[in-house]
Design a binder for this molecule. Structure first.
Ligand code: IPM
Ligand code: MN
Length: 348
């Protein structure tokens, strides 16, 4: 294609600053092929909510659907009650656009100091289910604020939903060198959902006999992420376990400033969405301290999803080179300088 129509949701806090740098890398990567990036900015987040009371309207969604992909900065602001933007905007996008694969790669780049004394090689990807689990909002509260209050959050796991994400995880594992898939759950306690996940992995494994599998309870998985992260290749897990594990995965590979993610609709019935794992960091918004690297790496995932493997590799290589240099340089760069340096490397 000679044109990519991109919906841009800068969102809150540092979102706009990091997205700006992500777009620079994207344009640098596509320039040699003559591909144009046409962006449409969507005013979504705290500002819009305060001004109009809206989080994400049907009309917004309809317009967003017209695009090839979405680049999102960050959502969330302390001036908005917790959950309003998270549920009404970010999760609504993921759910409505059927982003059932929440892909979160973890790699320890050369030059990055891990908080682990002996991290070994870290290169795995978490396939986090994106549309079900405890995130659906199924549940409720009774007698709120009284001593008799009851609050339930019911985890929804459908055979359809589990199978499609497990199949995607197997397909990704089959493409990788080690071809290994780890299911993370807690089927010794969450028996209903846990056994559905376990049976599904067993069944889908028949379609991918070349992929080896194992299983870890989520608590044990957190231990291995600390003691032996090299053992992981592809992890498949539910929405909430995946949320927690991917923050830990980010921490052991240099922090959330480097953690990229893709919310993918593999059936391509709606645009996929690419965003850094980090939040809006209102405390440093406007200071130029935000690291745009996670957003730039997310742009790499975007290019990959759009079938631009070479351009994706160029972005990834540029980031790797920039990170390697950080280790030896004492100069402190701001958001825009990091973005400019990486874009220059992408341009070669
Ligand atoms: C993430 C975030 C979101 C999540 C929140 C902000 C809803 O923590 O992308 O990991 O829980 O998925
Ligand atoms: Mn999270």
């Amino acid at each position: 294609d000679q044109q990519i129509d991109l919906a841009v949701v800068a969102g809150d806090g540092i979102g706009g600053e990091v997205v700006e740098q992500g777009l620079r890398a994207l344009e640098a990567a596509l320039a040699p092929s003559g591909t144009k990036v046409v962006t449409t900015e969507f005013d979504l987040g705290a500002r819009r909510w305060h001004a109009t009371g809206e989080t994400l309207t049907d009309e917004d969604l309809e317009r967003i659907r017209q695009h090839d992909a979405i680049l999102l900065g960050a959502i969330g602001d302390p001036s908005v009650p917790s959950g309003v933007l998270e549920r009404g905007l970010l999760l609504k996008l993921r759910f409505t656009l059927d982003h059932y694969v929440n892909l979160r790669p973890s790699r320890l780049f050369e030059g990055v100091t891990s908080p682990l004394a002996d991290p070994g090689e870290i290169d795995f990807v978490v396939v986090r289910e994106g549309t079900e689990g405890p995130y659906t909002g199924n549940g409720g509260a009774l007698r709120v604020g009284t001593p008799a209050e009851v609050a339930t959050e019911v985890s929804v796991n459908t055979a359809f939903g589990v199978e499609r994400v497990v199949r995607d995880a197997f397909a990704r594992a089959a493409q990788r060198e080690r071809k290994h898939l780890t299911l993370v759950h807690k089927h010794n306690v969450l028996v209903h959902a846990g056994h559905l996940w376990r049976r599904t992995v067993e069944a889908v494994n028949a379609e991918f006999p070349e992929v080896t599998t194992d299983y870890l309870h989520v608590d044990a998985a957190t231990i291995f992420l600390t003691t032996n992260p090299s053992r992981f290749d592809v992890i498949v897990t539910d929405n909430l376990f995946g949320d927690i594990l991917t923050d830990q995965a980010a921490a052991i590979t240099g922090g959330i400033g480097l953690a990229a993610s893709a919310n993918i609709n593999p059936d391509r019935t709606a645009p996929s969405m690419f965003e850094p794992v980090h939040g809006s960091a209102p405390d440093i918004a406007g200071t130029g301290k935000a690291d745009p690297t996670a957003t730039i790496l997310s742009v790499g995932l975007l290019l990959d999803h759009l079938g631009r493997a070479d351009e994706a590799a160029a972005v990834q290589a540029a980031v790797a080179a920039d990170i390697a240099e950080r280790a030896t340089s004492s100069s402190v760069r701001n958001t825009a300088q990091i973005g400019a340096d990486i874009a220059a490397r992408v341009a070669g």
